[in-house]
Ligand binder design. Structure first.
Ligand code: PLP
Length: 395
């Protein structure tokens, strides 16, 4: 339950964004006050106010590195969000690795491999790479979004410089086997990037143990502020920065750091990682009972087959035949529930999302898809009252 400006509502759209957690709000508070009480230093200034901000920034970096399993704090680069982290990692690693191979006399065109169920932040980075002369290929997934090592083996080639496959799909919650996929990419000499936005705080996720070269995270999906993200870049990974300027973040991402946001992000990341096992246990029960309730209704089916593999605890996705996502979202909103759909609404058409298309969900069914996603404050009562409202809307 949450309290809005003029009503209470039940927020079940935590895969889109989450409310700020207490730890993040407290960490940001000193930087959100007006002068003369507020903190405001530029972490790159030499005077004491700047040095104070610098020391808070570096402390946040150490804490984030520890929470994510990085070997060293300087493997953490703060960005404006996961979209920027995805773009920077994919474009920056692909360009650097292609250049490195060319210097060694290997003139083959660079090639990048990714899945079809990636977020647009990854897919559109690939589109940019194509314009830069790269070849982009896709690895096949099954009807629930899982990708086997054999499927990746089939598309790997000698000229593949980079593989990018997400850890948890943001629409249907599929959990991919990051460790095995990264190992496969490495066996073929390619670098491996993972978009881990929906994995953080939801499943155990340790960049060091998983053996990835780069990973992207978003603060606002784990109770931190919007507009802050993290790029993990393993030491000595080839990388060229596309955000150039004053050389902040050791030249990997220029621009004055958003200290308030970064402090909030660090507090939220630590909080989410510490709570992950308890959250996963609680949310899995909510997920399974919600799937059971919804799928017992006529016209409603689960978008993925839960028996087919591992799924994240916080995402439920169903398709309602004969209904449109937008209608259901607005009807549920009128009843005080926030959820989202799987269709992108353009001016005249209801296009099913690229993820549902890649899973092979039929167009008319995909148009009636609904995503319900849990957060730290979701409880059984929220889910029970959602089921009642959903029944009214689809009956
Ligand atoms: N990647 C995934 C899997 C996401 O779910 C999102 C957000 O929806 C993003 C990337 C983009 O994150 P941000 O909003 O921080 O740019």
């Amino acid at each position: 339950m949450l309290f809005g400006s003029n009503r209470t509502y039940i927020y079940l759209d935590n895969a889109a964004t989450t409310p700020l957690c207490d730890a993040a709000a407290e960490a940001m508070a000193p930087y959100m006050k007006a002068a003369p009480d507020g903190a405001f230093g530029n972490a790159n200034s030499l005077h004491s106010i700047g040095r104070e901000a610098f020391s808070e920034l570096e402390d946040a970096r150490v804490r984030v590195a520890r929470a994510l399993g990085a070997q060293r704090p300087d493997e953490i680069v703060f960005t404006s969000g996961a979209t920027e982290a995805d773009n920077a990692a994919i474009i920056g690693m692909a360009l650097a690795e292609r250049d490195r191979r060319r210097l060694r006399g290997n003139a083959a065109l660079g090639r990048v491999v990714m899945s079809r169920i990636e977020h647009h932040a990854v897919l559109h980075s690939a589109a940019m790479l194509k314009r830069l002369g790269f070849e982009v290929d896709f690895v096949d997934n099954d009807a629930s979004g899982h990708i086997g090592v054999e499927a990746l083996e089939r598309v790997m080639r000698e000229d593949t410089v980079l593989v990018s496959i997400m850890a948890v799909n943001n629409e249907v919650g599929t959990v991919l086997d990051t460790a095995a996929l990264a190992k496969t990419a490495h066996r073929h000499g390619a670098l491996f990037h993972v978009d881990a936005v929906q994995a953080l705080g939801k499943i155990p996720f340790d960049v060091g143990a998983l053996g990835v070269d780069a990973a992207s995270f978003s603060s606002h999906k784990v109770g931190g502020p919007q507009g802050v993200g993290i790029m993990y870049l393993k030491t000595r990974t080839p990388f060229v920065a596309y955000m150039t300027g004053g050389g902040q973040e050791r030249g990997m991402r220029s621009g004055t750091q958003n200290i308030a946001g970064i402090l909030g992000c660090a507090a939220a990341v630590e909080h989410a990682v510490a709570l992950q096992p308890a959250f996963a246990e609680r949310a899995t029960k909510l997920r399974d009972s919600l799937y059971q309730e919804l799928c017992s209704l006529p016209k409603v089916s689960a978008t993925v087959r839960l028996e087919s593999g591992e799924f994240a605890p916080h995402i439920v996705n169903v398709c309602v035949s004969g209904m449109e996502s937008q209608t259901m979202i607005l009807q549920l909103d009128l009843r005080g529930f926030c959820v989202s759909g799987g269709s992108a609404c353009s001016s005249n058409s209801l296009d099913p999302s690229h993820v549902l298309s890649a899973l092979g969900v039929k167009r008319n069914l995909a148009q009636g898809s609904l995503r319900i996603s849990f957060g730290e404050i979701t409880d059984e009562a929220d889910v029970a009252s959602f089921v009642e409202a959903f029944k009214e809307v689809v009956s």
